[in-house]
Design a protein. Sequence first.
Length: 250
Amino acid sequence: PAAATSGDADKILEQIAEQGNVVRVLKSEKAGKDKIKPAVDQLLALKKQYKELTGVDAPAGGKPAAKPAAAPAPAAATSGDADKILEQIAEQGNVVRVLKSEKAGKDKIKPAVDQLLALKKQYKELTGMDAPVGGKPAAKPAAAPAPVPAAATSGDADKILEQIAEQGNVVRVLKSEKAGKDKIKPAVDQLLALKKQYKDLTGVDAPAGGKPAAKPAPAPVAAAPAPVATEASSLKVTRFWKPFTSKEML
């Protein structure tokens, strides 16, 4: 009937798969034509029944084709929906890689690839951009630095410098491990955001490596100038005097 459910088609596909196995076994055992032909005829009859029910040929091997991904969520969908799709993309990507590594047949690989492409399409329709490589959610960029009051202390600047030093180490480790751009770029963006935050707070660029610049040592206190000897002060004054007598005083 026209209202046949997809479950009916799936049952026929199972029968096709089983009958296909019967035919393969008979051929591998080099059975006589009197046994092989009826088995092949039954297989063809099942395939014809499937096509009359669905309007399409039965897939190779009688395996149900992968169902397309669900229609994308409405425009108001949250970022959580996009993250779930990315997780599904990562899982399906692993399925495809495993099938290829096992050198599975095209009848198994193609449906898996089609499902992966459908998930990527769903992600793009939801977010307006291509899914990242590997289906991993891109790291969220660092939040824009909040405006800092003019009276911010130097302690605030020192904390930002510590964060800059730590984030710089993260970037260096990722580069040394030859991580993908999808991991390195967000880390670099966060580092640049911290440097911008430091400059907005202090008015100067952050020092290299995020290390606070060493404070200059206080200037030495100038010693009092030594007294300069003058010609007059160097001369020894000798006073010649004698006591006056009472007559001389009169």
